[in-house]
Design a protein around this ligand. Sequence first.
Ligand code: GLU
Length: 292
Amino acid sequence: MRTRFAPSPTGPLHLGHAFSAMTAYDLARAEGGTFLLRIEDIDQSRARPDWEAQIYDDLHWLVLDWPKPVLRQSERMEAYNAALDTLWRHGLLYPCTCTRRDIEDALSAPQEGAPLIGPDGLIYPGTCRPDQPLQGPRPKGFALRLDVTKAVASLDTSTFKETGRGPHGEVGDIRISPKDLIQNVGDIVLARRDMGTSYHLSVVLDDAYQKITHVVRGEDLFEATQIHVLLQRLLGLPTPIYHHHRLIRDDTGKRLAKRDDARALARYRAEGLTPTDIRQKVGLTTPSATVR
Ligand code: GLU
């Protein structure tokens, strides 16, 4: 078993991150497996070395450890480009010049009942989608979208195994519906203009590269999993088992966010709490020491 924790170094880790990291760590340790850490720093405009250093510090304080060196997504652009080239050659990508405003305007008169927001934000109305497959080399300097309708045409019946739970209690074999992907997800951006990649593409390639067998993460990413399985099929990658977990919320029921400094682990540390206190706070009672 290989699990991972994949934070972005864009702010302090909070109780929700601690819960996710410890859940992944405990699962791997219970099976004699390996827990990996991956730094998801593709957004170089927001990633900061001091946040990355703080991540190592906080996780060590929680008595977690992982093999070194740690994989950083910013060092994996070559792999992301190769995957984009493959998808481009198969005619599954197209450049998009729409701004968020353009998309909002195009969606301002949606068909009745059509959803506006999917797991990747606004569902793209297809403004830049070409009628004919595009020829030639992959264009640079543009956002690239996946033509989901074309992509699902090559998809046979797809499922993934959920061993945690989705936001509505989903567990077991989860079926992916091509119709849902077209209607409720739409043509997602796989390469952002400013980054040259995207969360979805990078996470799928890196989970495969690091041979992750169990993806442990918050239930807020459950809906995104259908995108990840689609990409795995298109790129010939294995589908890991998914283990989504509940989210840690504040007293008002709101999920914790990075800017929620009050719940930052560093703050609890400064106040003298111990890793065992943190485990208790998030409802994990087994201290990591006994799992080892
Ligand atoms: N970097 C992502 C986050 O911090 C990780 C998502 C995942 O685990 O797939 O939310």
